[in-house]
Design a protein around this ligand. Structure first.
Ligand code: SF4
Length: 161
Protein backbone atom coordinates (compact mmCIF):
# COMPACT_ATOMS: atom_id res chain seq x y z
CA UNK A 1 0.00 0.00 0.00
CA UNK A 2 1.39 3.35 -0.97
CA UNK A 3 0.66 6.63 0.73
CA UNK A 4 1.04 9.99 -0.91
CA UNK A 5 2.51 12.63 1.25
CA UNK A 6 1.55 16.21 0.59
CA UNK A 7 4.06 18.74 1.56
CA UNK A 8 2.35 21.72 3.06
CA UNK A 9 4.30 24.92 2.69
CA UNK A 10 3.44 27.87 4.82
CA UNK A 11 4.46 31.42 4.37
CA UNK A 12 5.60 33.23 7.46
CA UNK A 13 4.46 36.56 6.15
CA UNK A 14 0.93 37.86 5.96
CA UNK A 15 -0.61 37.95 2.49
CA UNK A 16 -0.08 41.25 0.74
CA UNK A 17 -3.66 42.37 0.39
CA UNK A 18 -3.23 46.08 1.05
CA UNK A 19 -4.04 48.44 -1.76
CA UNK A 20 -1.41 50.66 -3.28
CA UNK A 21 -1.67 54.45 -3.35
CA UNK A 22 -2.79 55.53 -6.79
CA UNK A 23 -0.39 57.78 -8.68
CA UNK A 24 -2.42 60.92 -9.45
CA UNK A 25 -0.74 61.11 -12.86
CA UNK A 26 -2.64 58.04 -13.98
CA UNK A 27 -5.91 59.88 -13.22
CA UNK A 28 -5.11 62.86 -15.42
CA UNK A 29 -7.27 63.25 -18.50
CA UNK A 30 -4.14 63.55 -20.66
CA UNK A 31 -2.97 60.10 -19.55
CA UNK A 32 -5.95 58.48 -21.27
CA UNK A 33 -6.14 60.75 -24.30
CA UNK A 34 -4.55 59.17 -27.38
CA UNK A 35 -3.43 62.52 -28.82
CA UNK A 36 -0.82 63.67 -26.31
CA UNK A 37 0.54 66.13 -28.91
CA UNK A 38 -2.37 68.30 -27.83
CA UNK A 39 -0.41 69.27 -24.68
CA UNK A 40 2.67 70.32 -26.63
CA UNK A 41 1.46 72.92 -29.12
CA UNK A 42 3.76 75.35 -30.92
CA UNK A 43 3.91 78.66 -29.06
CA UNK A 44 2.06 80.32 -31.93
CA UNK A 45 -0.68 77.69 -32.14
CA UNK A 46 -3.34 79.43 -30.06
CA UNK A 47 -6.20 77.11 -31.07
CA UNK A 48 -4.45 73.93 -29.88
CA UNK A 49 -3.28 75.70 -26.72
CA UNK A 50 -6.87 76.69 -25.97
CA UNK A 51 -8.10 73.14 -26.62
CA UNK A 52 -5.51 71.66 -24.24
CA UNK A 53 -6.35 74.22 -21.54
CA UNK A 54 -10.05 73.45 -21.91
CA UNK A 55 -9.36 69.75 -21.33
CA UNK A 56 -7.14 70.54 -18.33
CA UNK A 57 -9.81 72.69 -16.72
CA UNK A 58 -12.12 69.71 -16.37
CA UNK A 59 -9.34 67.33 -15.32
CA UNK A 60 -9.92 65.74 -11.88
CA UNK A 61 -6.28 66.25 -10.85
CA UNK A 62 -5.85 69.83 -12.12
CA UNK A 63 -4.60 71.29 -8.84
CA UNK A 64 -2.22 68.39 -8.11
CA UNK A 65 -0.83 68.71 -11.63
CA UNK A 66 -0.38 72.46 -11.27
CA UNK A 67 1.40 72.02 -7.94
CA UNK A 68 3.67 69.31 -9.36
CA UNK A 69 4.60 71.57 -12.26
CA UNK A 70 5.34 74.43 -9.85
CA UNK A 71 7.56 72.15 -7.71
CA UNK A 72 9.41 70.56 -10.62
CA UNK A 73 9.99 73.77 -12.59
CA UNK A 74 10.72 76.08 -9.65
CA UNK A 75 13.12 78.84 -10.75
CA UNK A 76 13.40 77.56 -14.34
CA UNK A 77 13.50 80.04 -17.20
CA UNK A 78 10.59 80.42 -19.59
CA UNK A 79 12.44 78.48 -22.31
CA UNK A 80 12.98 75.48 -20.02
CA UNK A 81 9.28 74.83 -19.51
CA UNK A 82 7.39 72.70 -21.97
CA UNK A 83 3.79 72.00 -22.76
CA UNK A 84 0.53 72.79 -21.07
CA UNK A 85 0.49 71.59 -17.46
CA UNK A 86 -2.33 72.10 -15.01
CA UNK A 87 -4.14 74.29 -17.51
CA UNK A 88 -1.25 76.77 -17.75
CA UNK A 89 1.10 77.58 -20.59
CA UNK A 90 4.88 77.66 -19.98
CA UNK A 91 4.79 81.48 -19.95
CA UNK A 92 1.94 81.54 -17.40
CA UNK A 93 3.76 79.08 -15.12
CA UNK A 94 6.93 81.12 -15.41
CA UNK A 95 5.06 84.34 -14.55
CA UNK A 96 3.42 82.67 -11.55
CA UNK A 97 6.66 81.23 -10.15
CA UNK A 98 7.80 83.27 -7.13
CA UNK A 99 11.38 82.08 -7.78
CA UNK A 100 11.62 83.89 -11.13
CA UNK A 101 11.98 87.61 -11.70
CA UNK A 102 8.53 87.68 -13.29
CA UNK A 103 6.92 86.17 -10.24
CA UNK A 104 8.71 88.33 -7.66
CA UNK A 105 7.04 91.10 -5.70
CA UNK A 106 5.79 94.32 -7.24
CA UNK A 107 6.86 94.06 -10.86
CA UNK A 108 5.92 90.40 -11.16
CA UNK A 109 2.68 89.14 -12.59
CA UNK A 110 1.48 86.65 -10.06
CA UNK A 111 -1.43 84.58 -11.35
CA UNK A 112 -4.39 84.50 -9.03
CA UNK A 113 -5.09 80.89 -8.05
CA UNK A 114 -8.25 79.18 -9.29
CA UNK A 115 -11.18 79.67 -6.94
CA UNK A 116 -10.89 83.48 -7.00
CA UNK A 117 -12.75 86.14 -8.92
CA UNK A 118 -9.47 87.38 -10.42
CA UNK A 119 -8.77 83.92 -11.82
CA UNK A 120 -12.31 83.85 -13.24
CA UNK A 121 -11.54 87.11 -15.07
CA UNK A 122 -8.28 85.64 -16.34
CA UNK A 123 -10.11 82.61 -17.75
CA UNK A 124 -12.54 84.92 -19.53
CA UNK A 125 -9.76 87.18 -20.86
CA UNK A 126 -7.91 84.12 -22.17
CA UNK A 127 -11.06 82.94 -23.88
CA UNK A 128 -11.17 79.85 -21.64
CA UNK A 129 -14.10 78.10 -20.03
CA UNK A 130 -13.90 79.12 -16.32
CA UNK A 131 -13.44 76.15 -14.02
CA UNK A 132 -16.01 75.33 -11.29
CA UNK A 133 -14.08 76.86 -8.35
CA UNK A 134 -13.63 80.12 -10.29
CA UNK A 135 -17.28 80.14 -11.34
CA UNK A 136 -18.32 79.68 -7.69
CA UNK A 137 -16.01 82.53 -6.60
CA UNK A 138 -17.44 84.75 -9.34
CA UNK A 139 -21.03 84.00 -8.32
CA UNK A 140 -20.23 84.75 -4.67
CA UNK A 141 -18.62 88.03 -5.72
CA UNK A 142 -21.72 88.95 -7.75
CA UNK A 143 -23.97 88.25 -4.76
CA UNK A 144 -21.70 90.43 -2.60
CA UNK A 145 -21.66 93.30 -5.14
CA UNK A 146 -25.46 93.22 -5.44
CA UNK A 147 -25.86 93.24 -1.64
CA UNK A 148 -23.49 96.23 -1.39
CA UNK A 149 -25.40 98.09 -4.11
CA UNK A 150 -28.71 97.37 -2.33
CA UNK A 151 -27.23 98.63 0.95
CA UNK A 152 -25.98 101.85 -0.73
CA UNK A 153 -29.40 102.44 -2.34
CA UNK A 154 -31.20 101.97 0.96
CA UNK A 155 -28.79 104.30 2.76
CA UNK A 156 -29.19 107.00 0.06
CA UNK A 157 -33.01 106.72 0.14
CA UNK A 158 -33.03 107.00 3.93
CA UNK A 159 -30.81 110.06 3.97
CA UNK A 160 -32.93 111.69 1.22
CA UNK A 161 -36.17 111.14 3.17
S1 SF4 B 1 -4.40 69.13 -15.61
FE1 SF4 B 1 -3.98 68.85 -17.81
S2 SF4 B 1 -1.82 68.35 -17.96
FE2 SF4 B 1 -2.42 68.05 -15.83
S3 SF4 B 1 -2.97 65.88 -15.64
FE3 SF4 B 1 -4.85 67.00 -16.11
S4 SF4 B 1 -5.07 66.97 -18.34
FE4 SF4 B 1 -2.94 66.41 -17.85
Amino acid sequence: MSTTLFKVTRSHTAPDTLGRAVDWRTLGTCSTTPDDELWFPEATDKATTRDAITVCLSCPVLLLCRQAAADEERGDGKQSRYGIRGGLTPAQRWAADPYTQAGKGKGGRRLAPCGTNAAYDRHVRSDEQPCDPCRRAHNERNVQVRAEARHRRTTTERSAA
